[in-house]
Design a protein around this ligand. Structure first.
Ligand code: FES
Length: 577
């Protein structure tokens, strides 16, 4: 046992464990079998997003038990609690998806409230799905307590006809089935084998992207995100995370000592070089907001523009998270970035050592198959590109990993839909022409509400073989599993009267990911006239409840669609109360 002398005089838990006035609280603690010695140790919240909603979360509870053993080994008192999740893979393509992005902020809020309400001193957070990863990291930075993040691990790939398959193949199979090129029986076989285990979706979609971020930003231990969820070898990282948080308490290293402008840049580099999800351009600004750091969509896009893309992961490339783990994982990726001078190595990490010190211990090298050497990348610029122009003065984002330069330029007439359902129905009925730009508006954070992902529509287009013959723009989002020329996060959103609200069928739209342009061939005068004629935001069905509350609070996509002012406006830091 690593027992250390404990000075509780500055720790939040003193408010509930010390002195005669806290006898009632101690009674509750004794009722739960907590010993006198444990009461007077530092208290560590072990927050999981465990539930039975989806395979992404199902293995978190087991891993949390091992984290708790690590906390105890380090001389702390772990208290496990759970928060909510919304699972994108299940909410996708229906009204449930409106709860997804809102759940990120609800996760941050509920972890914050549990920590505040019970005066926990530090936090180990386990998460395994798209929104729970950023939500948990946001809570860590917001509370500014010593914090260690640990990913639940990814799913194993399924196998069919000698090939690895993932849930992306199932989404795209729906398009093939609609197009009549896949039978009912073939679809049924695929849906039964595509997801063979617990764990988050296996390709470089949002969960794995944010898992890579967790290591690059420094909140997670090196290589802790790599092993798939069913591997019990994950336990060594879980235990080490519990021990580490105690080390951070002792050294008073807090989340905002780890998350800095430089570490956010490191995180954006890793997203870019792995062809990660465009959702990182929402989540990194949101994490930055919790630290009071200015880091918006354009900052993310700038980094992506000069970062080579050299990690060959699906959906743009060929491999899944398990393959990345087997060739050394995120630390080897970061070593390559560092060889090109693209990494800030003086950033602090969850181990209490700097990123540079951690990387010195990494022996692996780029294998040339999954991780290419940075000197011979798959392409010279990142897998994700920021766009700007008269159609998106507050920017937009597109994933280009795996696309040729010629495929990154698209001009065509707009076909405008007022919501995802209308677009999906038209695609299903093939009521569109090759060469058009499908516009799906009123899907922004406020106007949706909830900034849904358009995967059902894009997967159906891919399934119809139209992925390269059609472009799509939206003020909503795309899943990491989306393929094709799909521009999301167009801002300002339609509900705020952004130019996307003013488009009409046939307007000529130009998208150019090489030059970073998104424009419509309309004069300033014409746009101003249409704005004057605009009837205002569309009414939604959400006039009460959590989604309504979210729509009242949520801010601009460019700044991460956050729901509170962040550290810049705070008058106290929780950990110092
Ligand atoms: Fe949870 Fe994909 S649905 S990670």
């Amino acid at each position: 046992m690593l027992k250390r002398p404990v000075d509780k005089s500055k720790l939040p838990s003193r408010h509930v464990t010390e002195g005669p006035a806290r006898a009632p609280q101690r009674s509750y603690f004794y009722a739960m079998g907590i010993t006198e010695e444990e009461i007077h140790q530092p208290w560590v919240g072990v927050a999981t997003c465990w539930n039975e909603a989806a395979p992404c979360n199902i293995a978190l509870n087991r891993q949390a038990q091992v984290v708790k053993q690590g906390v105890k080994k380090g001389g702390g008192t772990p208290r496990e609690f759970t928060t909510i999740t919304v699972t994108d893979g299940i909410a996708m393509g229906n009204e449930g998806m409106r709860s997804s992005l809102a759940s990120r902020d609800a996760i941050a809020d509920t972890v914050e409230l549990t920590m505040r309400g019970h005066s926990y001193d530090a936090l180990v957070g386990l998460a395994g799905c798209d929104k729970s990863l950023p939500g948990m990291m946001m809570a860590m930075v917001r509370l500014n307590v010593p914090s260690v993040f640990i990913y639940g691990g990814s799913i194993l790939p399924g196998r069919l006809d000698g090939k690895d398959v993932t849930v992306q193949d199932v989404f795209e199979a729906v398009g093939k089935h609609q197009a009549g090129t896949m039978s009912d029986a073939e679809l049924e076989i695929l849906e039964r084998v595509a997801c063979p285990s617990s764990g988050a979706c296996g390709a470089q979609y949002t969960a794995n992207t944010m898992a890579c971020v967790s290591e690059a930003i420094g909140l997670a231990l090196m290589n802790s995100s790599g092993a798939p969820a069913p591997y019990e070898s994950r336990d060594q990282f879980c235990e080490a995370s519990g021990v580490s948080v105690m080390n951070l308490i002792e050294k008073n290293i807090r989340a905002r000592d780890v998350v800095t402008r430089k570490s956010l840049e490191n995180a954006a580099r890793v997203v870019a070089c792995t062809g990660g999800s465009t959702n990182a351009a929402l989540h990194l600004p949101a994490i930055a907001n919790e630290a009071g750091i200015d880091f918006d969509l354009f900052d993310v896009a700038d980094i992506m523009r000069d970062t080579p893309y050299f990690v060959n992961l699906r959906p743009g490339g060929e491999y899944v998270a398990k393959d990345l783990y087997e060739v050394g994982g995120v630390p080897v990726v970061m070593k390559e970035l560092s060889k090109a001078g693209l990494l800030h190595e003086d950033c602090m990490t969850a181990s209490g050592r700097t990123l540079g010190e951690e990387l010195e211990d990494i022996k692996g090298e780029a294998d040339g198959r999954v991780i290419h050497p940075v000197s011979t990348p798959l392409s010279k610029t990142g897998g994700v590109v920021g766009l700007k122009g008269n159609l998106a003065p507050e920017g937009a984002i597109v994933k280009v990993a795996g696309m040729t330069e010629a495929e990154q330029v698209f001009t065509g007439p707009a076909r405008v839909f007022e919501c995802e359902e209308d677009a999906f129905a038209a695609v299903k009925a093939r009521e569109y022409q090759e060469g058009e730009v499908i516009v799906i508006r009123n899907e922004g954070p406020m106007g949706g509400p909830g900034m849904r992902e358009m995967l059902a529509t894009t997967a159906a287009l891919s399934g119809q073989g139209m992925g390269k013959k059609i472009a799509l723009i939206t003020d909503g989002r795309f899943s990491g599993a989306t393929r094709g020329f799909c521009v999301g996060h167009v801002g300002p959103e339609a509900a705020k009267g952004g130019p996307i609200a003013l488009l009409k069928d046939g307007d000529q739209i130009t998208l150019n990911a090489v030059t970073g342009e998104i424009s419509v061939a309309l004069s300033d005068d014409e746009l101003a006239q249409r704005k004057a004629d605009w009837k205002g935001p569309r009414e939604t069905l959400y006039a009460s409840g959590a989604i309504w509350k979210y729509a009242q609070l949520v801010g601009s996509t460019r700044l991460g669609a956050v729901t509170h002012p962040g550290a810049k406006a705070e008058r106290h830091v929780y950990a110092d109360l």
